[in-house]
Design a protein around this ligand. Structure first.
Ligand code: COA
Length: 176
């Protein structure tokens, strides 16, 4: 578990599945992904997080607001998939329900996750990447002190050639 002033990053619970599926079915939240997710696809993401936490001790954690216990989405770290051109390494990522945007939650959670990654997990570098048009996500990367790495930009291998979501920009932060 990771804690910040207003937030808790914690292991996934069964009760998170419903609000997570609602969030992943929102076309605005999923605008920079190929499509919104069905309930089964959303549940499969939760399963992937649970398996990753069991294997590595971390994942894209469920994000909870301390004041009311509300489920806000996820923030955390994942090892890069084998097909990712940046691998081997660890990425930081976030996805929040629309009602939770505009409050600084993603940046607050991500900053706490980075401290955890460097101080507790001993990582040397954490990367982040997103579709070129995803300005909000890039703003989070900038706010938490990541550096734009245009030299590492890549076309996402899981997105078809010519698709608007294929070109990705990369940011990174190194342990000091
Ligand atoms: C990417 C995403 C998490 C960013 O959310 P966000 O709310 O814009 O980012 P933050 O939580 O850091 O909040 C920053 C905003 O809160 C405002 N804010 C309000 N109170 C604040 C506070 N106490 N501290 C910091 N910022 C605060 C900031 O001014 C900023 O507002 P702005 O967008 O008008 O400039 C969100 O848009 C999202 O979930 N998108 C869909 C999923 C996605 O694309 N994920 C990334 C894929 S790689």
């Amino acid at each position: 578990m990771i804690e910040s002033k207003r937030l808790i990053l914690r292991a996934w619970r069964d009760a998170d599945r419903e609000p997570f599926a609602a969030m992943c079915a929102d076309p605005e939240v999923m605008r920079h992904f190929p499509a919104p997710l069905t309930r089964a696809e959303s549940d499969a993401v939760v399963e992937r997080m649970l398996a990753h936490q069991a294997e590595h001790g971390f994942c894209f954690f469920a994000l909870e607001r301390k004041s009311d216990g509300g489920f806000l989405g996820f923030t955390g770290m994942m090892t890069l998939k084998p097909e990712n051109p940046l691998q081997p390494g660890v990425e930081i990522g976030w996805r929040l329900a629309r009602e939770a945007w505009g409050a600084g939650y993603a940046s607050e959670a991500a900053s706490a996750a980075i401290v955890h990654g460097f101080d507790s997990l001993g990582l040397k570098r954490i990367v982040s990447f997103t579709a070129t048009q995803n300005a909000r996500s890039q703003a989070v990367m900038q706010r938490i002190g990541m550096t734009r790495r245009a030299d590492l930009d890549f076309d996402h291998p899981a997105v078809p050639e010519g698709h608007r979501l294929r070109p990705h920009v990369v940011y990174a932060i190194e342990r000091r």
